[in-house]
Ligand binder design. Structure first.
Ligand SMILES: Nc1ncnc2c1ncn2[C@@H]1O[C@H](COP(=O)(O)OP(=O)(O)OP(=O)(O)O)[C@@H](O)[C@H]1O
Ligand SMILES: [Mg+2]
Length: 288
């Protein structure tokens, strides 16, 4: 599965408003590799630098301070780089969807990317319909809605559909499940999982919801104060609750239950990360 590195970040530094009294250092030497076809989570408490980092993944930010960013074999510091081709390959869904929507109508907003690619109207319409279905927005009901009149969760879905409509090879989601109701969230996670498993889309999932992280990704990077402080498989990371706590993070609730039971002498065969695994492990333990 881990065929080749798609995104390679080495020793990346970023200071906002550098050289002014208001300077804020957001990244302090980040190292990270995203491989083709994997689903990776990036977690870290508020202000850890997650959103700053992912803006380097599609060339929204380019290295101007120490550090190197290679995306699909291309050095992002190269001034002659074709950033458009990178943006098409790596789709970034912003943390704040209102920053991503700019057309008046939902359908036009989602069709913007495909139009730029020169797709014919009929094909474009199908692409928009597909993208809207992927995020759970009814095509007929929403295509002519005003983007400014949408609820927060709807805006998030439209922003995601707009990125999906370009059929990117890598999908970078910055807190994309927040502000969506539990059912919508579950459906969205299932669709993302399908995109990843059936269509081979590489997922980078920034989230502060540990349950979502456990459901979706295979590997996790933990950021703290502008650095990567832990990395490993999702199971390895969530097996280290004390360290996570030190970085202001937790584990999924079902994992917490298992850790608490273990502290009281009740050991499950393996530590569950999801509710489904929890049910299975408790069932096994009760019947053994
Ligand atoms: N445009 C900006 N100008 C100045 N400082 C900024 C800017 N954007 C972010 N920062 C600062 O950089 C640091 C990292 O911010 P960033 O948004 O990358 O964190 P984050 O991990 O995404 O946080 P959250 O979980 O709250 O989204 C923070 O201290 C933040 O205040
Ligand atoms: Mg953020």
């Amino acid at each position: 599965m881990k065929e080749r590195p798609l995104i390679q970040i080495s020793d990346l530094h970023h200071t906002y408003l550098r050289g002014t009294p208001l300077a804020v250092t957001a990244l302090r030497g980040v190292n990270m590799t995203i491989y083709k076809g994997e689903a990776v989570g990036i977690i870290g408490r508020t202000g850890a630098g997650k959103s700053t980092l992912v803006q380097y993944f599609n060339g929204l930010l380019r290295p101007t301070q120490p550090g190197r960013v290679i995306v699909d074999g291309q050095d992002m510091s190269d001034p002659h780089l074709d950033v458009r081709s990178i943006r098409q390959k790596v789709g970034l869904v912003f943390q704040h969807p209102e920053q991503q929507l700019f057309e008046r109508l939902v359908g036009d907003d989602i069709a913007f990317g495909p139009k730029q690619l020169g797709m014919e109207p009929a094909a474009r319409r199908e692409r928009v319909r597909w993208a809207m279905e992927m995020v759970g927005l009814d095509f007929e009901a929403f295509k002519d809605r005003f983007t400014f009149s949408l609820s927060g969760g709807e805006m998030r879905k439209v922003a995601l559909a707009g990125v999906l409509a370009l059929r990117p090879e890598v999908l970078v989601l910055d807190e994309s499940t927040s502000g969506i109701d539990p059912r919508g969230r579950r459906e969205l996670l299932e669709r993302l999982l399908r995109l990843h498993q059936d269509h081979g889309v590489t997922l980078v999932f920034v989230s502060s919801n540990m349950e979502d992280v456990a459901e979706l990704v295979e590997r996790v990077y933990v950021m703290y104060e502008g650095r990567v402080v832990m990395s490993g498989t999702t199971r390895e990371i969530f097996a280290r609750p004390a360290e996570l706590r030190r970085y202001g993070l937790g584990v999924p609730q079902v994992t917490e239950v298992a850790h608490t039971l273990a502290a009281r002498g009740i050991r499950l065969h393996r530590t569950p990360l999801t509710v489904a695994e929890g049910v299975e492990e408790i069932w096994r333990t009760l019947n053994s």
